[in-house]
Design a binder for this molecule. Structure first.
Ligand code: TLP
Length: 344
């Protein structure tokens, strides 16, 4: 049976070029800073995002956690979106591992945190309160339809943070999707951020890894944090080699994923019983709702699965489909055909 896997862009398989680069990678002990391929990936990543230095880590979750550990001490507070991945889906690592207290602010439908809400959440110097240290933004914002946060907004949060002596971390798991969707240089999205982490293993199709970028001092701290978490890898240049190919070859093509997501959204919008605004789909993540009493999300997921189409129910009425490297325009047509059959 033909399988169309729309559960996540994490499902992407490494390309042939990646597999070759991995097999031929020059490697060394990275805990000693001696893996030339990792060093090259870190230099490239820092350059792409306009930062002094970078650190290769095993996952997006580790990237966000080492960044928080580098910026904050125990008892410090972070301001973070109530719908953010770091708050919702990283096991509460901020608190569990770092002793860092999350103060949530509601994400607006376009993923932004309202500037007034951020300002209101910043703590005064008062013996009752923890100290606010860090604001975390997510770009693109996964739960909010993968919405990209624009350059002006990213800058205004940076200005606000500096006014209050705070740092900004960007969970840029899909920052290159944001840059491609907005048609801007990714540097302009991270210029005001103190740190940014991005994933190589999502739309960019590398098998493993994320990179954290920031100042050299910040990266020194993040490197210590990575080691205590057990993330000091040795000859991991075999992984970084795929990451280099990802940065060189897989960024511009993200536009195809966005076009496919939009096409899927437009098709779903025409179907009775589903709720979706295709204009809200700017990147590769498509959330939609079922209004059919007889077809809750989990039932739709089950029917699609039986036809070889994998998507995820994200609540009683909400579902998510994510486009990526292995999803073609024809797969979208086929998927829409199956949807109309199921909804009949
Ligand atoms: N997102 C994944 C998983 O939650 C399954 C997905 O399918 O969307 N930040 C953001 C915005 C993310 O979407 C994710 C993963 C992460 C961080 C964590 O990355 P990993 O999975 O590499 O730890």
């Amino acid at each position: 049976m033909r399988i169309i896997d729309l559960r996540s862009d994490t499902m992407t398989q490494p390309t042939e070029t990646m597999r070759r680069a991995m097999a031929e990678a020059e490697v060394g002990d990275d805990v000693f800073g001696e893996d030339p391929t990792i060093n090259r990936l870190e230099e490239m990543a820092a350059e792409r995002l306009g930062k002094e230095a970078a650190l290769f880590v095993s996952s997006g979750t580790m990237g966000n956690l080492v960044s928080q550990l580098a910026h904050c001490g125990r008892g410090d507070e972070i301001i973070i979106g109530s719908q953010s991945h770091t708050f919702l889906a990283e096991q509460g690592g901020s608190a569990a591992v770092g002793g860092i207290h999350p103060r949530t602010v509601p994400n607006q439908p376009d993923g932004k945190l309202d500037l007034e809400d951020i300002e209101f959440a910043i703590r005064d110097d008062n013996i009752h309160f923890s100290r606010t240290r860090l604001i975390i933004l997510e770009n693109t914002n996964n739960s909010c339809n993968g919405y990209p946060l624009d350059v002006d907004y990213m800058q205004s949060v940076g200005v606000l943070a500096r006014r209050h002596g705070l740092k900004v971390h960007v969970d840029g798991a899909r920052i290159f999707n944001a840059a491609v969707a907005l048609n801007v240089n990714p540097k302009s999205l991270t210029a005001e951020a103190d740190s940014v982490s991005f994933c190589l293993s999502k739309g960019l199709a590398a098998p493993v890894g994320s990179v954290v970028c920031g100042t050299q001092d910040f990266i020194n701290e993040a490197r210590r944090a990575r080691k205590v978490l057990g993330g000091g890898m040795r000859q991991a240049g075999v992984l970084a080699a795929a990451g280099i190919v990802a940065l060189n070859e897989m960024v511009n093509r993200l536009a195809d994923d966005h076009a496919h997501a939009r096409k899927l959204a437009e098709g779903l919008a025409e179907m009775k019983g589903l709720n979706i605004d295709p204009d809200g789909i700017k990147t590769n993540i498509v959330y939609f709702e079922t209004r059919r009493e007889d077809l809750p999300a989990i039932e739709i997921e089950r029917h699609l699965n039986a036809e070889g189409i994998k998507i995820s129910a994200f609540g009683p009425r909400r579902l998510r489909a994510v486009t990526h490297y292995h999803i073609s325009a024809e797969d979208i047509e086929f998927t829409l055909g199956v949807f109309s059959k199921i909804l009949k």
